[in-house]
Design a protein around this ligand. Structure first.
Ligand SMILES: Nc1ncnc2c1ncn2[C@@H]1O[C@H](COP(=O)(O)OP(=O)(O)OP(=O)(O)O)[C@@H](O)[C@H]1O
Ligand SMILES: [Mg+2]
Length: 245
């Protein structure tokens, strides 16, 4: 699938609203969120629990329908596309690491990581070779044949990261990718994600509560109560680092 030109923006979200439930159970998760990321950057999204981070990123990933507003990803206007086109687009161009890792329990690590490649038409042989390579890069070379239930939380998280990166998607979206990792592994994963972000035309968006990730950011977006409050870069990140450590 050839992508239209992006003018350097990988994501452009304008005035997006999303309400869950109705009546007494109604929650307005997004109240007109505006959000934008650029190619070549590692972009963090921060904010208190329940402010709408996962909801916003699920909209960008095309896994959640929203109520109103525009969503443009890699130059494609998701709000004008059919559900099946969005699904195809996501499978080719977006890698998503879910807050719950969503690994397939009946598949071993290599098989889990092979899934995006198989869905994109690669042979099993090639998919498994690339999956093994990716698992070694996240430090799981010893666990290739293990099933998710036999892994620690941090190891499962790294399988999910390998699965999101293996097909070299243009946009990688991660919901708390370092939450279950010790500081050495967390640092390695952030370096891997930062490397992926800075390849031409790529972008990595990370939702995080983990102050250890802040130093890797090119820009940081702060959300509050269903809206984007602001996006900072450069020196402002330095002062953010000192106040949020
Ligand atoms: N499927 C759902 N059904 C009903 N309400 C939901 C659903 N998903 C999210 N919400 C509500 O929408 C609001 C935003 O949730 P969201 O998961 O986006 O927050 P978050 O910023 O990711 O929080 P956290 O940091 O705890 O992961 C919350 O009030 C949440 O309870
Ligand atoms: Mg969340």
């Amino acid at each position: 699938m050839t992508l239209p030109p992006t003018n350097g923006h990988s994501v452009r979200v304008t005035s997006v609203t999303k309400t869950f439930g109705s009546g007494d159970a109604k929650t307005v998760a997004l109240k007109g969120a505006d959000f934008e990321t650029r190619e070549g950057e590692l972009h963090l999204v921060v904010g208190p629990s329940g402010c709408g981070k996962t909801t916003l990123l699920s909209v960008v990933a095309g896994t959640l329908d929203w109520d109103s507003g525009q969503v443009e990803v890699l130059g494609e206007r998701l709000h004008e596309m059919s559900r099946s086109s969005v699904t195809r687009f996501r499978g080719r161009h977006i890698g998503f690491i879910f807050q719950q890792f969503n690994l397939i329990p009946t598949l071993n690590c290599v098989e889990n990581v092979s899934v995006p490649l198989l869905l994109n038409g690669h042979s099993r042989r090639e998919a498994e070779a690339r999956a093994r390579e990716m698992l070694k890069r996240v430090g799981l070379g010893e666990k290739l044949r293990a099933h998710p239930t036999g892994l620690s939380g941090g190891q499962q998280q790294r399988v999910a990261i390998a699965r999101a990166l293996v097909h070299e998607p243009r946009l990688i979206i991660c919901d708390e990718p370092t939450s279950a990792l010790d500081s050495v592994t967390g640092h390695q994963i952030m370096e891997l994600l930062a490397g992926a972000a800075r390849a031409p035309g790529r972008c990595v968006i990370i939702v995080t509560h983990d102050p250890r990730t802040y130093a890797f950011a090119d820009r940081i977006t702060e959300m509050e109560d269903g809206r984007v409050r602001n996006t900072i870069s450069g020196e402002a990140i330095q002062s953010f680092l000192t106040t949020h450590r």
